[in-house]
Design a protein around this ligand. Structure first.
Ligand code: ADP
Ligand code: MG
Length: 138
Protein backbone atom coordinates (compact mmCIF):
# COMPACT_ATOMS: atom_id res chain seq x y z
CA UNK A 1 0.00 0.00 0.00
CA UNK A 2 1.38 3.39 -0.85
CA UNK A 3 1.85 5.78 2.04
CA UNK A 4 2.99 9.36 2.56
CA UNK A 5 6.13 10.86 3.96
CA UNK A 6 7.31 14.42 4.41
CA UNK A 7 10.54 15.80 2.97
CA UNK A 8 12.45 19.07 2.94
CA UNK A 9 15.10 20.19 0.48
CA UNK A 10 17.01 22.23 3.06
CA UNK A 11 18.36 25.79 2.63
CA UNK A 12 21.92 24.63 1.83
CA UNK A 13 20.71 22.58 -1.15
CA UNK A 14 18.45 25.39 -2.42
CA UNK A 15 21.29 27.93 -2.03
CA UNK A 16 23.55 25.67 -4.07
CA UNK A 17 20.91 25.38 -6.81
CA UNK A 18 20.49 21.64 -6.30
CA UNK A 19 16.72 21.61 -5.82
CA UNK A 20 15.99 20.63 -9.42
CA UNK A 21 18.48 17.75 -9.37
CA UNK A 22 17.02 16.51 -6.09
CA UNK A 23 13.45 16.66 -7.42
CA UNK A 24 14.65 14.69 -10.48
CA UNK A 25 16.10 12.03 -8.19
CA UNK A 26 12.86 11.87 -6.20
CA UNK A 27 10.84 11.28 -9.38
CA UNK A 28 13.37 8.78 -10.77
CA UNK A 29 13.05 6.80 -7.52
CA UNK A 30 9.34 6.41 -8.18
CA UNK A 31 7.87 8.86 -5.67
CA UNK A 32 4.62 10.57 -6.51
CA UNK A 33 4.84 14.24 -5.46
CA UNK A 34 1.52 15.08 -3.76
CA UNK A 35 2.56 18.50 -2.45
CA UNK A 36 5.49 20.83 -3.16
CA UNK A 37 6.23 24.46 -2.39
CA UNK A 38 9.03 26.89 -1.68
CA UNK A 39 8.93 28.46 1.78
CA UNK A 40 11.23 30.54 3.97
CA UNK A 41 10.66 29.58 7.58
CA UNK A 42 10.86 31.99 10.46
CA UNK A 43 13.04 30.99 13.40
CA UNK A 44 9.85 30.29 15.39
CA UNK A 45 8.47 27.97 12.69
CA UNK A 46 11.77 26.06 12.57
CA UNK A 47 11.78 25.78 16.38
CA UNK A 48 8.24 24.40 16.28
CA UNK A 49 9.07 21.92 13.56
CA UNK A 50 12.15 20.60 15.40
CA UNK A 51 10.62 20.81 18.90
CA UNK A 52 11.57 17.15 19.60
CA UNK A 53 15.23 18.22 19.34
CA UNK A 54 14.84 21.24 21.67
CA UNK A 55 17.15 19.74 24.32
CA UNK A 56 19.89 18.75 21.88
CA UNK A 57 23.10 20.82 21.87
CA UNK A 58 22.71 21.57 18.14
CA UNK A 59 19.14 22.94 18.39
CA UNK A 60 20.20 26.60 18.08
CA UNK A 61 22.46 25.91 15.10
CA UNK A 62 19.79 23.73 13.46
CA UNK A 63 16.94 26.21 13.75
CA UNK A 64 19.16 29.11 12.65
CA UNK A 65 20.19 27.10 9.58
CA UNK A 66 16.65 25.97 8.74
CA UNK A 67 15.42 29.58 8.84
CA UNK A 68 18.45 30.94 6.94
CA UNK A 69 16.89 30.78 3.48
CA UNK A 70 14.22 29.23 1.30
CA UNK A 71 13.61 25.50 1.33
CA UNK A 72 11.30 23.17 -0.61
CA UNK A 73 8.75 21.22 1.42
CA UNK A 74 7.37 18.01 -0.07
CA UNK A 75 4.60 15.49 0.53
CA UNK A 76 5.83 12.27 -1.07
CA UNK A 77 3.85 9.13 -1.83
CA UNK A 78 5.28 5.68 -2.44
CA UNK A 79 5.09 2.10 -1.26
CA UNK A 80 6.64 2.25 2.25
CA UNK A 81 7.34 5.93 1.69
CA UNK A 82 9.00 6.63 5.08
CA UNK A 83 11.84 4.06 4.82
CA UNK A 84 12.08 4.50 1.02
CA UNK A 85 12.70 8.24 1.39
CA UNK A 86 15.17 7.77 4.26
CA UNK A 87 17.05 5.27 2.13
CA UNK A 88 17.28 7.72 -0.78
CA UNK A 89 18.42 10.50 1.63
CA UNK A 90 21.20 8.45 3.24
CA UNK A 91 22.72 8.73 6.72
CA UNK A 92 22.37 11.97 8.73
CA UNK A 93 26.13 12.47 8.57
CA UNK A 94 27.12 12.70 4.88
CA UNK A 95 30.53 11.20 5.76
CA UNK A 96 28.63 8.01 6.59
CA UNK A 97 26.08 8.21 3.76
CA UNK A 98 26.10 5.40 1.20
CA UNK A 99 27.09 5.89 -2.42
CA UNK A 100 24.14 6.98 -4.53
CA UNK A 101 22.27 8.72 -1.70
CA UNK A 102 21.27 12.38 -1.76
CA UNK A 103 23.28 13.28 1.33
CA UNK A 104 26.39 11.60 -0.10
CA UNK A 105 26.03 13.68 -3.25
CA UNK A 106 24.68 17.00 -2.00
CA UNK A 107 25.37 17.40 1.75
CA UNK A 108 28.40 19.18 3.19
CA UNK A 109 28.14 18.38 6.91
CA UNK A 110 26.04 16.65 9.58
CA UNK A 111 24.21 19.92 10.25
CA UNK A 112 23.80 21.18 6.68
CA UNK A 113 22.77 17.89 5.16
CA UNK A 114 20.60 18.84 2.17
CA UNK A 115 17.39 16.98 3.01
CA UNK A 116 14.96 16.10 5.78
CA UNK A 117 12.75 13.04 6.01
CA UNK A 118 10.16 11.89 8.53
CA UNK A 119 11.10 9.00 10.81
CA UNK A 120 7.62 7.41 11.06
CA UNK A 121 4.24 7.50 9.33
CA UNK A 122 2.76 9.14 12.40
CA UNK A 123 5.32 11.95 12.31
CA UNK A 124 4.95 12.24 8.53
CA UNK A 125 1.26 13.09 8.99
CA UNK A 126 2.10 15.67 11.68
CA UNK A 127 4.89 17.23 9.58
CA UNK A 128 2.77 17.39 6.38
CA UNK A 129 0.02 19.12 8.36
CA UNK A 130 2.60 21.57 9.80
CA UNK A 131 3.36 22.98 6.34
CA UNK A 132 0.48 22.09 4.00
CA UNK A 133 -3.21 22.84 4.01
CA UNK A 134 -5.55 20.20 2.53
CA UNK A 135 -5.99 22.36 -0.58
CA UNK A 136 -2.24 22.23 -1.26
CA UNK A 137 -2.17 18.42 -1.44
CA UNK A 138 -3.31 16.72 -4.61
P1 ADP B 1 17.73 12.98 10.45
O1 ADP B 1 17.54 14.31 9.76
O2 ADP B 1 18.62 12.07 9.65
O3 ADP B 1 16.44 12.34 10.84
P2 ADP B 1 18.07 13.73 13.27
O4 ADP B 1 16.59 13.63 13.39
O5 ADP B 1 18.91 12.97 14.26
O6 ADP B 1 18.57 13.28 11.80
O7 ADP B 1 18.53 15.26 13.37
C1 ADP B 1 17.77 16.27 12.75
C2 ADP B 1 18.71 17.23 12.06
O8 ADP B 1 19.50 17.89 13.04
C3 ADP B 1 19.73 16.59 11.10
O9 ADP B 1 19.22 16.31 9.81
C4 ADP B 1 20.80 17.66 11.06
O10 ADP B 1 20.43 18.75 10.20
C5 ADP B 1 20.80 18.16 12.50
N1 ADP B 1 21.80 17.44 13.31
C6 ADP B 1 21.73 16.15 13.76
N2 ADP B 1 22.82 15.82 14.46
C7 ADP B 1 23.61 16.92 14.48
C8 ADP B 1 24.90 17.22 15.05
N3 ADP B 1 25.57 16.33 15.75
N4 ADP B 1 25.41 18.47 14.85
C9 ADP B 1 24.72 19.40 14.14
N5 ADP B 1 23.51 19.19 13.57
C10 ADP B 1 22.96 17.96 13.73
MG1 MG C 1 15.01 12.91 12.23
Amino acid sequence: MSTLTFGIIKPDAVRAGNQGKIVDRILAAGFNIRGMKLIHQTRKQAEGFYAVHAERPFFGELTEFMSSGPCVVLALEKENAVPAWRELMGATNPAEAAEGTLRKEFAASIGENAVHGSDSEENAAIEIAYFFSKLELV
